[in-house]
Design a protein. Structure first.
Length: 462
C-alpha cells in the first residue's frame, strides 16, 4: 500500500508530461506549417516578379536599340536573326517580335525553333512560320495563315490604347495550342506610332514552375484571376478547354474544373472574400474539405502593368501533422514505457522497503510480547539496515536487562528468604523470652501474693 500513492503520482506526472509534449508538438507543427507556406508564398511571388519583369525589360531594350538605329526593321533577315538570337538568350519565353504600324510582324520563337513573319511584299499579307538554319536565318516554310494584319489583333489594340507598356488579356496562341499573356509596349518616334514590341509568355511556363515546387507532400498551388479563370496550377494539366475540332481554346474557369479540392477552396474563399481583389496582403485560413483539415494561404500578385492575380497555396494539415503525430505516438509510447518501468521499479523498491519494515513491525510486536530472542535480518537499504541493526541491539540489551533483572530477583528472593529465616529465629527467641518473662512475672505475682498472705498472717488481729 505504501507504493500505490507513489506510483499514482508518477503516473499522473508522466501523463501530464506526455499530454503537454503532444500539445507542444502540434503547436510546433502548425508553426512549421505556416513558416513553410510563407516560404512557398515568397518563392511563387518572387518567381512571378522575376519571370514577368523580364519581358518588359526585353521590350524596353529593343525599343532603345531601335531608337538608336542598332535595330533596322528594313533589313528583314538581320532583324529576324536578332530576335532569334535574343530568344536563345531567354528560352523561357515565347515569341519575341515587333509589329509595325502597317500590320506587318517580324519575330522568332527560339524555344519552339521557328521564325515568324508577315510582310506585305515577302509573304503577301500572310503570316508564315519558318524553320531556322544553323546561321540563324529563316530556312523553309512550316505553315502559312493568310490575310494577317497585326493591327487587328487584340494585343496590338490594347497596347496602342494604353500608350504605355502593359500586359494584354490572356488569349490563345495563333500558332500552337496554348494560352499566352503578352508584354506589349507601343513604340513611338517623334510622337508617331511606329509599331508595338511584343514578348509572349506561355501560362504553361508558370504551371511548370508550380509543378516543380515541393508543396508539402500532397499540397498544391494555383493562381486565379478575380473572375475565377485559371492562370496556372501545380495539379492542373492545362488552363484551357479545347472545344469543337480541337482548334478552339477557351479559358478554364474554376467552376468547370474537375478538382473538387480547388473548387471547395475557391468557394470557401469567396464566402469570406466575395471580391478577391480586396485581398491586399497574405491571408491565412484553416478549413475542412470532406472533414479533412487544410491550411490555406492567399496572396495577391499585382503589378503596375495590369496583372491582378491571386495565388493560392493549399496543404493538408496531415502533411505537417504526420511528423507531429509520429512524435506524439513516440512520446506516448515512451511515456508508457517510463510508466511501466516506474511501476515495476516502484513495486520492487516498495517490496524492498515494505518487507524489512514489516519485519521490523513484527519484531517489535514479538518483543512487546516478550520474545526477546527475535532478531531482524539486515536490509540492503542502508537506512532500514541501520534501523534493523539498532533494533537487534535493542533486543539484545533488553534480553540482557531481563536476565539481569531475573538474576537480581532470584538473589533478592534468596536474601528475603534468609532474612525471613533469621527473623523467624529472632521471633522464636523473642517468644521464648516473652514466655520466660511472662512466667517470671506470674511467679513474682504469686510470690507477692504469698508474701502478702504471710504478712497478713503474721499481723495479729485487733
Amino acid at each position: 500500500m505504501f507504493t500505490l500513492p507513489f506510483i499514482l503520482l508518477l503516473l499522473i506526472s508522466l501523463g501530464v508530461v506526455g499530454f503537454v509534449s503532444v500539445q507542444n508538438s502540434q503547436k510546433i507543427a502548425r508553426a512549421y506549417a505556416n513558416d513553410q507556406m510563407d516560404e512557398i508564398d515568397s518563392k511563387i511571388s518572387n518567381r512571378l516578379a522575376t519571370f514577368l519583369a523580364e519581358p518588359l525589360k526585353i521590350n524596353e531594350t529593343n525599343a532603345s536599340l531601335m531608337k538608336s538605329k542598332f535595330l533596322d526593321p528594313t533589313k528583314t533577315d538581320e532583324f529576324l536573326k536578332y530576335f532569334w538570337n535574343q530568344g536563345a538568350v531567354f528560352p523561357n519565353y515565347g515569341t519575341i517580335e515587333f509589329a509595325n504600324s502597317n500590320g506587318e510582324i517580324y519575330g522568332a520563337n527560339a524555344s519552339q525553333k521557328y521564325i515568324v513573319m508577315a510582310d506585305k511584299a515577302l509573304t503577301d499579307n500572310s503570316i508564315n512560320r519558318y524553320t531556322v538554319n544553323e546561321n540563324g536565318y529563316r530556312f523553309s516554310l512550316i505553315n502559312e495563315t493568310k490575310n494577317y494584319d497585326a493591327r487587328k489583333r487584340s494585343w496590338y489594340k490594347e497596347a496602342v490604347s494604353a500608350h504605355k507598356p502593359i500586359w494584354t488579356e490572356i488569349s490563345p496562341s495563333v500558332t500552337t495550342q496554348r494560352l499566352d499573356i503578352s508584354a506589349v509596349s507601343p513604340y513611338y518616334e517623334n510622337n508617331e506610332l511606329k509599331g508595338v514590341f511584343v514578348v509572349d509568355v506561355s501560362l504553361g511556363k508558370i504551371s511548370d514552375y508550380l509543378k516543380s515546387l515541393e508543396i508539402g507532400k500532397t499540397g498544391q498551388a494555383f493562381i486565379l484571376e478575380k473572375s475565377g479563370d485559371v492562370i496556372a496550377g501545380s495539379t492542373i494539366e492545362q488552363p484551357f478547354i479545347v472545344e469543337g475540332d480541337n482548334s478552339t481554346l477557351s479559358r478554364l474557369n474554376v467552376s468547370n474544373i474537375s478538382d473538387s479540392i480547388i473548387k471547395n477552396t475557391y468557394d470557401f474563399v469567396i464566402s469570406k472574400k466575395p471580391d478577391l481583389l480586396s485581398i491586399d496582403k497574405t491571408e491565412e485560413y484553416s478549413f475542412n474539405i470532406d472533414r479533412k483539415p487544410y491550411f490555406l494561404h492567399i496572396t495577391p500578385y499585382i503589378d503596375a502593368q495590369g496583372i491582378e492575380w491571386i495565388v493560392f497555396v493549399l496543404i493538408p494539415e496531415s502533411d505537417f501533422m504526420e511528423n507531429a503525430d509520429k512524435s506524439a505516438i513516440f512520446t506516448i509510447n515512451l511515456t508508457l514505457v517510463f510508466i511501466l518501468i516506474t511501476a515495476i521499479t516502484g513495486l520492487v523498491l516498495g517490496r524492498k522497503i515494505v518487507k524489512p519494515l514489516n519485519e521490523l513491525n513484527n519484531g517489535a510486536k514479538s518483543v512487546s510480547e516478550g520474545d526477546l530472542d527475535k532478531t531482524i535480518s539486515i536490509a540492503p537499504i542502508r537506512e532500514i539496515g541501520e534501523l534493523a541493526s539498532s533494533f537487534n541491539h535493542m533486543a539484545i540489551d533488553l534480553k540482557k536487562s531481563r536476565i539481569d533483572l531475573e538474576n537480581y530477583s532470584k538473589d533478592l528472593e534468596k536474601e528475603v528468604a534468609q532474612r525471613t529465616i533469621d527473623l523467624n529465629q529472632k521471633m522464636s527467641e523473642l517468644e521464648k523470652m516473652n514466655k520466660f518473662m511472662t512466667n517470671r512475672e506470674l511467679k513474682m505475682i504469686e510470690l507477692k501474693n504469698e508474701i502478702k498472705n504471710l504478712k497478713d498472717k503474721a499481723t495479729p488481729s485487733s
